[in-house]
Design a protein around this ligand. Structure first.
Ligand code: SF4
Ligand code: SF4
Length: 73
């Protein structure tokens, strides 16, 4: 399964990652004013959240287990 690391210290709560994820991996913690990685199993490694974060607080770590390259034809 892919992993997502979120640096809560660096996060400013801008919401860009939340808005950028089209498969809704994130939920929002209203109390903390920060994102929550709620459904990491749905992550498709598009990296939009990582690229959207203005303070580089998110890192997407793909799981390549079981992925073969080059493809076997
Ligand atoms: S890498 Fe893409 S699919 Fe995964 S959490 Fe970020 S925006 Fe969502
Ligand atoms: S884009 Fe970065 S700074 Fe903004 S809420 Fe997400 S992790 Fe925090």
């Amino acid at each position: 399964m892919n992993r997502i690391e979120l640096d809560f210290e660096a996060c400013t709560g801008c919401g860009a990652c939340f808005d950028s994820c089209f498969v809704n991996v994130f939920r929002w913690d209203d109390g903390a004013g920060k994102p929550v990685i709620a459904y990491v199993e749905d992550c498709v490694e598009c990296n939009k959240c990582e690229l959207a974060c203005p303070v580089e607080a998110i890192r997407v770590i793909p799981d390549y287990a079981g992925v073969y390259w080059p493809p076997v034809i």
